[in-house]
Design a protein around this ligand. Structure first.
Ligand SMILES: *Cc1c(COP(=O)(O)O)cnc(C)c1O
Length: 352
């Protein structure tokens, strides 16, 4: 039986041609393609400035640095996220304040920020699996918000494109993300000075004066790959939404999913279904695997940020529960209709 992988890169002939033309041009380091990517983001967002980078983590680091997070400052982060957030915070010398999430959309709970991160002047608001975090609810008391759009590129709400509400937004072009360059990242900031500082920082060569910088550049090979996929971002969103709609229709009684998966404008990065407990999650995983369907636990219990930092799990009941009960289904434009049907049939045949 042919296994349906949980994730698969969906490059098309036009993407390969875009890379080929950069290779043939003789300029493969950061250059015109990276600049075009930056211009594309500024045009899409209608303001601000952008800086193409080597990874989403580099973008997080430079966003925090540019907004003034450093030693003596703390940064609120959702615990149901990835350790890249902690890495960026420690890299600027700030202190993470790990906060629990909301059970419906898996995003930062603004009330929990008040309880668990009262002193934090900065927040990394992750749009978890594409779900829009409550940026306005986090911006109170002068808190500065970095929108982590690594899982939400191209998502929109009634307020506009995700990334445009906070002080800065970061994106990742890692292989499993919505659009990929193999690796890569981008920082957009409302205040152009933040992205400009990042552009200065990423390039060390041939500078008149010395200050510490670091090579965080994206190559034009990566940028060409990203630019080519960006032209079909709307189609990627539609295809993902169509697949998710079919999965939701096929969910048997007892299974639910992250809230809002069918919302207009949502870029669904992951289709996370929820079962009642850890035992039924393992049963669902075994059932789907036997049916030839690759699925993953999107955030394992040991990956929860409060566990990495040895904080008391009792203070993070929602994330602890999500880590036990969520399972992610295959979701990418390269899935064929027949494969989607195979997933639906397997879901319908599961009894929790
Ligand atoms: C992938 C990801 C990152 C890190 O991006 P890299 O390009 O892998 O460094 C950060 N935050 C979130 C939410 C991500 O999904």
């Amino acid at each position: 039986m042919q296994m349906i992988p949980h994730n698969k890169v969906g490059l098309i002939a036009a993407d390969l041609r875009a890379v080929e033309s950069v290779l043939a041009s003789g300029w493969i380091a950061q250059g015109p393609a990276a600049q075009a990517l930056e211009a594309d983001f500024v045009r899409r967002f209608g303001s601000g400035a952008a800086c193409a980078l080597s990874s989403g983590t580099a973008a997080l680091f430079l966003a925090l640095k540019g907004l003034g997070a450093g030693p003596g400052e703390s940064v609120a982060v959702p615990t149901y996220a990835c350790s890249a957030l902690l890495n960026a915070i420690f890299m600027v010398g700030a202190t993470p304040r790990v906060v629990d999430v909301r059970p419906d959309d898996f995003c930062l709970n603004p009330d929990a920020v008040m309880r668990q991160a009262a002193d934090a002047r900065f927040v990394i608001a992750v749009h978890a699996f594409g779900a829009p975090a409550d940026v306005a609810g986090l911006q109170i008391r002068g808190r500065r918000v970095v929108e982590d759009c690594c899982q939400a590129l191209g998502g929109e709400t009634a307020l506009g494109g995700l990334g445009t509400q906070g002080e800065a937004a970061v994106f990742s072009f890692y292989a499993t993300k919505i659009v990929t360059g193999g690796q890569g990242g981008l920082l957009w900031s409302r205040d152009p000075a933040v992205a400009e500082a990042a552009r200065d920082y990423r390039q060390f060569d041939c500078r008149e004066t010395y200050v510490p910088r670091f090579n965080f550049q994206m190559t034009d090979i990566q940028a060409a790959l990203v630019n080519s996929q960006m032209t079909r971002l709307a189609a990627i969103r539609t295809r993902r939404a169509t697949i998710v709609g079919r999965y939701l229709d096929a969910l048997p009684p007892g299974l639910t999913a992250q809230a809002g998966l069918g919302d207009m404008g949502r870029m669904v990065y992951r289709c996370a279904v929820l079962v009642p407990d850890r035992e039924s999650r393992e049963a669902l995983r075994a059932h789907l695997t036997a049916a030839g369907i690759g699925c993953i636990v999107p955030v394992e219990r040991f990956e929860l940020l409060h566990r990495y930092l040895n904080l008391d799990p009792e203070n993070y009941p929602v994330a602890e529960r999500l880590a036990d009960t969520a399972l992610s289904l295959p979701l990418y434009p390269a899935l064929s209709d027949a494969e989607v049907e195979q997933v639906c049939l397997a879901l319908q045949g599961f009894r929790p």
